[in-house]
Design a protein around this ligand. Structure first.
Ligand SMILES: *Cc1c(COP(=O)(O)O)cnc(C)c1O
Length: 259
């Protein structure tokens, strides 16, 4: 153990610790831990840290800035690393996601879906996508409003064959009260179940990507099929998130028109 934090020193030990907490949370609610996928979030961490994670058997990495995906896929071109976009994406950067990501979990508006579809067709590729839903009233959180979901899914199903919708993603409210966090996760699961009942052709509604280092046990209790873990695996990021993603604190104007 590192004396200044309670975090184990090696990636392997931190991974083992997170996996045992996943097993515990799953067992508490009678779920099979094998039904919960761990997405390591490598944002701000460099090539060496990612190679250490790959030595432990991990291959998919979540990033929330497309510039980091572009840089890291080049540095790790000799490996089978796969890149999952989980952050807010400006429409004018859709090309790099279409080119380098295997998946996007932050599909949050029609203008972005349209831009991605066009770029994916140009690249001759298709990618898995989760629709990010806004489940909390915080102004800093991106995502489609729940009531926009059915119309959005129909539009993608009809016109965007390169986007394979697999489910939903959310970020819970930043709140000390675990019940406020739980309510966000529960809402996402209910929306997933409702959208499943609509049975829109070409839309798969299995996945629920929800839960981060601070709240993943609650997310697992509420049905998460995938949790996105940065800090608990890679360690603390040297500055607060607002330093790296100032845009995540105040939605930009580019995002406004179709919200
Ligand atoms: C950074 C980030 C995470 C991981 O957060 P941690 O608290 O470090 O585990 C998960 N999801 C998204 C969208 C993120 O940007």
């Amino acid at each position: 153990m590192n004396p200044t934090t309670t975090m184990p020193d090696t990636f392997a030990a931190r991974l083992e610790h997170v996996q045992s907490r996943i097993r515990e949370a799953a067992q508490q609610t009678g779920r099979n831990p094998a039904d919960i996928t761990l997405l390591p979030v490598s944002k701000t961490f460099g090539e060496a840290a990612i190679r250490e994670a790959m030595d432990c058997g991990l291959q998919r990495f979540g990033e929330n800035k497309v510039q980091e995906i572009v840089a890291k896929q080049a540095q790790l071109a000799d490996t089978p690393a796969q890149w999952v976009m989980i952050g807010h994406l400006q429409t004018n950067k859709a090309r790099d996601v279409a080119r380098y990501a295997t998946e996007i979990q932050s599909l949050d508006r029609l203008s972005l879906a349209t831009a991605l579809e066009r770029r994916l067709q140009a690249e001759g590729r298709s990618i898995d996508a989760l629709v990010q839903v806004k489940t909390s009233p915080e102004p800093s959180k991106y995502g489609l409003a729940p009531e926009e979901l059915p119309g959005f899914l129909r539009e993608v199903a009809q016109n965007m064959p390169s986007l394979r919708i697999k489910g939903l993603m959310t970020m819970a409210i930043n709140d000390k009260n675990p019940e406020a966090i739980r309510a966000c996760f529960r809402l996402l699961r209910q929306l997933r179940d409702q959208m499943r009942e609509e049975a829109i052709d070409g839309i798969h509604m299995e996945k629920l990507s929800m839960g981060m280092s601070g709240d993943f046990a609650i997310a697992i209790e509420e049905g998460a099929t995938e949790i996105r873990i940065g800090t608990a695996l890679f360690g603390h990021r040297p500055y607060g998130d607002a330093y790296y993603w100032p845009e995540s604190r105040k939605p930009d104007t580019e995002n406004q028109p179709d919200n």
